[in-house]
Each structure stands twice: as structure tokens, then as C-alpha cells.
Design a protein around this ligand. Structure first.
Ligand SMILES: *[C@@H]1O[C@H](CO)[C@@H](O)[C@H](O)[C@H]1NC(C)=O
Ligand SMILES: *[C@@H]1O[C@H](CO)[C@@H](O)[C@H](O)[C@H]1NC(C)=O
Length: 621
């Protein structure tokens, strides 16, 4: 027992801990992190595994490592992993353990941000929409119903992380509690304390826990908590000295950290594509590193909101976020190194060695040319395929959540109660439609109601005609006080001032049949439609052959708005009529040699050209 004990004693006196154990802690005297006893600072980048196909995780992480980063920062979206209460999904593109294994193999440390709220411009900021089954729930507070769901989720998630903590032999160096909590109106310290208790319970006393907030007094006051290391976020346009001076009021000692240094910014449908110059980003980064601070770049690769996963902001009006989350980041949406990445690498190399050798090149991009599209039929022709159960009958409209359809589309159907010979207003109250409603009478498309923008349209018809209102959830609000963002017809709809009643609700499961090959294979395929009309919610399909597999971008010339699937994989929403995003990223791994299929649900007006175009570069604005 002699030599080991001696070793132990020496190490205890030098580093304050046992020999051969790995350690990561905060040194409040030297104002640095201490990794295995050495003063340490991280230069990190954010990557969202949930916005990148697992096939490409290694490629992206390797590029981050080769840029000279020593850490990556990773959010975990609760709603991505617990789609139904008590049912967990950690497979395929949700295989968090595989992603974390790859970070470790590549020699990257991990700063993990399990929320439970994450913002991230992700549906409901990562909170599961099923929480809204309880109408009175007070999200992000110490409401016992909310806490019970949080407790149950973290009791599943955090034990998976524990063996991966640095001091347990893994590569997770720190864990963020909540997310920019100071920006939330509740300012509920008992909620933060409850989370702190859970994190300590499952992760132990050693792990560095921290909070991140915007650099204002109010945010830092409500977002920081004693016993949690306080950090800030700010972009290249902000004064770093001023931001860190303010941080020092709340975190007088210990390492300075900018947890979200913005390399770019997000987009909104209908606004200009956002960009930030590489000169500004690299100058700001250099400034932060010269101050001796640790930094995480948000984003390093943004990725894609596949399917229905995008969030939305609320600034006077509802503002949904497009499918691309390119973010003008150093790695593009498709994972390609940009000039911004090269500049960042040069800056990093002035402060710490960067790995020898070139950053891996862009992945192969393909131009597969034009594909002609045929109309399969109106969505109303396929209710038996997408909603095989009996519809829900209800006097007044119910929300998506009340019929347990959390994403995509629900059809609200009723009959005109009387003859309407003269065009008459079908109206909703402000914010009564969440978020877009595609209206048809007697199977003929009438137009669109849009949350906060279009509140009424003229309709006409005969008593007994079907009035079909297809409602699209455009993504739940992910930031601010409106995160309880119920979907559907959340208020009554009136016709000439009279409330419409006696609705049939069809929750539409598009993903099931389409992921199994509909309309290209299966018993429900009834052939191509004879109808001439190119308006109203309808399906279109096409096929194309490939002999070389690679990434490509789907361009939709003269199509209006809808959802696109390639080989049954939902590549997201398209809306070239509104922009700024024109093309959709199609990762090469979802293509196959030989025949491939395209399926569109066009919601408004199909292209007269009836083609789509696969090109070899993105058009984002
Ligand atoms: C940044 O803020 C510091 C401290 O408030 C101030 O001294 C400095 O002049 C500011 N720099 C710029 C470029 O505004
Ligand atoms: C619709 O109106 C009825 C009668 O006024 C009311 O009871 C009901 O709550 C309303 N429904 C919605 C969703 O606003």
C-alpha cells in the first residue's frame, strides 16, 4: 500500500484530488477552468445532432476538430426523444449515445445543454407539446404538474450522461441548467433550484454546472443562481468588454465565458436571408480570446429543420422559422467549410495549436436535373389513407392537442348551414387560426386564412356543401412568454357573423403512409387524378433515376407552399412564394442508386410547369 498512498498524498496536496483520476473544475483564484490540474479554456462550437442526419455526424465533427476547436456544445431536445409521455426514442437520427461516442473518438470535449427548455428555434423550445394537454400548465416554473414531467424525463436522460462526465472517464466537461432563463418573465428561483437539485442528484457534486443569459441586468438577475457558474451570450456586434464587465457583477471570480457567440443569425419566412460578415466574426472572436475568455460559437453548423421541427418567434406577430437553419455558420447547412471557417481557424491558431492538415473538403453535390410531377389527387380524396379512424365530432372546434395530433395538419370539416348565394365573409378573430388554414367549399379551393395577417375570406355555396378547413401547424413559439402555443382553430369561425358549429375533425397522419412508400407503392394507390384544377391542397409525385449518390438541393420553380418528401423522408416545408429560402437541402444518404421518389403536398397552387429541379447548390435568399 506504500507507493500508491504516497502518490495519493502528493497529488492531494498538489491538485486537491486522487491520483490518475481525470478532473475538471473551476479555479476562482486564477479565473480559469482547471482540467487535470492545468489552467484551461475552451474554444467550442455548437452543433445540433437533431438537425443533421446521423450518417453525417462524424464528417461534421471531424471538420470542427480540424478547425482547432477543443469542444462542442450540444443541446438535447426533450420533445425529440419523448414523443409520447413515457415513450422514449434514442434510435437512428436520435441516437444521442452514438453522437457522444463520436465526439469522444475525435478528441472533442462536450458542453451539454439538456434544458429541459432549450429555445434553439426548435418547436416549443424543445418542450413536448403533450405538456399542453394540461391547459393550465405553467411551463418553466415550479408548477407541480410541469415539474413532475421534468422529473420523469431527467430521471431517464441524466443517468445516460453520468458515465460520460469527465471525472467519470468521459468527455463532458460541463452542463448547462435551463436556457436563458432570465429572458423568461416568470423569474422563478425555486424552479431553478429544483433543477439544480436534480442535476446534482443524478450527476454528482463534481460536475461544473452553469447558466447562460443575455448580457443585461434583468436577464442576469433572473437567470443566474448561487452555486451555478454564470455565463453570458453576445454577438460580434456587441462590446465584449462591456458584456464581461456586467457579467463580473454576477460572477465576480472564475473564468469568463461567452456561451453563445453568434457567427450568424436565423431567418424568418418573408424576411431577408440573414448574414454576418466573416471579418466581423473573426475580429470579435480574436477580441474575446485576447481577453482570456472561453467561448462557444453559436452555431458552428446550423443544419436543417427537417419535417415539422422548426420553431417560431413572436414579435408583435407570429414569425415562423424556415426549414433551413443554415445560420450563415462556418460550416454551411450541408456541412461544407466556408471562408468564415478558414478565418476562424486562423484566429484560433494564434492562441492554440490547430491540428495539422487540411479541413476535409465539401461532400459531393449533385445536379440531378428536372423531374416531372403528376397530380395524384386532392388531399380530400385520401382521408381514408391518412385518417382511417372515425373523425372526432364536436360542436365547436377543438385544438390539435385535444385530438392528440401535435404536428402537421388537421382537417376541420362542416357543412354550410344555409344557402350562401352572395360571397360572404368566413372570419376568424385575430390569432384565432394557428397557423394557416386552407379553405375549400364543395371541394373547390377558396383561399387561405393566416394567423395575424389574413382574418377573413369570401365564400359562397349551397346549404349542405362541405366546408373544408385544412389547418397547418407552422411550428410552435420557442421563445418568450407565448410558449403555450396551441394549434388548430383555437377560436370559433363565423360565416356572415354566425358561429359555425358541428365539426368533424380528421387528424392527418401523413408520415405513416408516405414513409411506407405511398403513393408509389401500396394498396391505396388509385392512379393519377383526372382533375384539371391546380389549386387547393393536393398531392403530386414523380420519380428519378440516379447512378451517383450525393447531396443535392430541391428547387421548386413556380410551386407555392407545401411539404416535400424524398423516398418517404420529410425534407421539410417549402415556400418559395414567400422566401427567403428557395431550395431544400436533400442529404445524399436518403437517396439510393436506381429509382428515387418525390412526393409533394402542395397546399395552394401547383406549378404550371409541373416539374421540380435538383440542383447542386443552395439558394437561401
Ligand atoms: C466598450 O466598452 C468599454 C467599457 O464600457 C468602453 O471603455 C469602450 O470604449 C467600448 N468600446 C467601444 C468600441 O465602444
Ligand atoms: C365557441 O363559441 C361557443 C359559444 O359562444 C363557446 O362556448 C366556445 O367556447 C367557443 N369556442 C372556442 C374555441 O372559442
Amino acid at each position: 500500500m506504500g507507493p500508491p498512498l504516497l502518490c495519493l498524498l502528493i497529488l492531494v496536496s498538489v491538485y486537491g484530488q486522487a491520483c490518475n483520476s481525470k478532473s475538471f473544475s473551476i479555479d476562482y483564484n486564477e479565473n480559469c477552468f482547471r482540467k487535470d490540474g492545468q489552467c484551461f479554456r475552451y474554444i467550442s462550437g455548437s452543433i445540433h445532432y437533431f438537425r443533421i442526419p446521423s450518417y453525417y455526424w462524424r464528417d461534421r465533427l471531424l471538420k470542427m476538430y480540424m478547425t482547432g476547436l477543443n469542444a462542442v456544445q450540444v443541446y438535447i431536445p426533450w420533445n425529440f426523444h419523448e414523443p409520447v409521455p413515457g415513450m422514449y426514442d434514442f434510435n437512428g437520427d436520435r441516437d444521442l449515445s452514438h453522437f457522444l461516442d463520436l465526439t469522444n473518438e475525435l478528441g472533442l470535449l462536450v458542453i451539454i445543454r439538456p434544458g429541459p427548455y432549450i429555445c434553439a428555434e426548435w418547436d416549443m423550445g424543445g418542450l413536448p407539446a403533450w405538456l399542453l394537454n394540461n391547459k393550465d400548465i405553467a411551463l418553466r416554473t415550479s408548477d407541480p404538474d410541469y415539474l413532475a414531467a421534468v422529473d420523469s424525463w431527467l430521471s431517464v436522460l441524466l443517468p445516460k450522461l453520468r458515465p460520460r462526465l469527465y471525472s467519470n472517464g468521459g468527455n463532458i466537461i460541463s452542463v448547462q441548467v435551463e436556457n436563458e432563463y432570465g429572458s423568461f418573465m416568470a423569474c422563478d428561483y425555486s424552479y431553478l433550484r429544483h433543477l439544480l437539485h436534480l442535476y446534482r442528484l443524478y450527476l454528482g457534486d463534481e460536475i461544473v454546472l452553469f447558466t447562460t443569459d443575455g448580457n443585461t441586468e434583468k436577464e442576469l438577475q433572473c437567470g443566474s443562481l448561487q452555486d451555478l457558474h454564470t455565463t453570458v451570450d453576445f454577438g460580434p456586434g456587441d462590446n465584449a468588454t462591456k458584456a464581461f464587465n456586467l457579467l463580473r457583477k454576477y460572477q465576480p471570480k472564475g473564468p469568463l465565458v461567452n456561451s453563445e457567440y453568434y457567427t450568424g443569425w436565423l431567418d424568418y419566412w418573408g424576411e431577408k436571408h440573414s448574414t454576418t460578415s466573416k471579418e466581423l466574426v473573426s475580429r470579435g472572436l480574436k477580441n474575446i480570446l485576447e481577453m482570456g475568455a472561453s467561448v462557444n460559437m453559436y452555431m458552428f453548423e446550423g443544419g436543417t429543420n427537417f419535417g415539422y421541427w422548426n420553431g417560431a418567434d413572436f414579435k408583435k406577430t407570429y414569425k415562423p422559422i424556415p426549414t433551413s437553419y443554415d445560420y450563415d455558420a462556418p460550416l454551411s447547412e450541408a456541412g461544407d467549410p466556408t471562408d468564415k471557417l478558414n478565418d476562424i481557424r486562423n484566429v484560433i491558431s494564434q492562441f492554440q495549436p490547430v491540428p495539422q492538415g487540411p479541413v476535409p473538403p465539401p461532400t459531393r453535390k449533385m445536379d440531378y436535373g428536372f423531374v416531372s410531377m403528376n397530380k395524384v389527387g386532392s388531399l380530400l380524396d385520401f382521408l381514408d389513407v391518412f385518417s382511417p379512424e372515425f373523425p372526432t365530432e364536436t360542436r365547436y372546434p377543438l385544438t390539435f392537442e385535444e385530438v392528440k395530433q401535435y404536428f402537421g395538419f388537421v382537417l376541420y370539416r362542416t357543412r354550410l348551414p344555409r344557402d350562401v348565394p352572395i360571397p360572404t365573409f368566413l372570419s376568424s378573430v385575430p390569432s384565432g387560426v394557428h397557423d394557416r388554414a386552407y379553405v375549400s367549399v364543395g371541394g373547390v379551393f377558396n383561399g387561405v386564412l393566416e394567423r395575424d395577417h389574413v382574418l377573413k375570406i369570401l365564400v359562397a355555396g349551397k346549404a349542405g356543401d362541405w366546408l373544408d378547413v385544412l389547418v397547418e401547424n407552422m411550428g410552435r413559439i420557442n421563445f418568450g412568454s407565448c410558449v403555450n402555443d396551441l394549434k388548430g382553430l383555437v377560436s370559433n369561425v363565423t360565416l356572415g357573423g354566425d358561429i359555425l358549429t358541428d365539426w368533424l375533425l380528421y387528424p392527418l397522419n401523413l408520415e405513416g403512409p408516405i414513409s411506407e412508400g405511398w403513393p408509389h407503392v401500396g394498396n391505396n394507390f388509385i392512379g393519377f387524378s383526372e382533375t384539371e384544377s391546380n389549386t387547393g391542397p393536393s398531392f403530386y409525385s414523380g420519380t428519378f433515376q440516379i447512378t451517383t449518390q450525393g447531396d443535392t438541393f430541391l428547387s421548386l420553380p413556380q410551386w407555392t407552399k407545401g411539404q416535400a418528401w424524398i423516398n418517404g423522408f420529410n425534407v421539410g416545408r417549402y415556400w418559395p412564394a414567400r422566401g427567403p429560402q428557395i431550395t431544400l437541402y436533400v442529404p445524399g444518404n436518403i437517396l439510393r442508386l436506381g429509382e428515387n421518389t418525390v412526393t409533394l403536398l402542395e397546399l395552394e397552387r401547383a406549378s404550371e410547369l409541373s416539374v421540380v429541379h435538383f440542383i447542386d447548390r443552395p439558394i437561401l435568399g
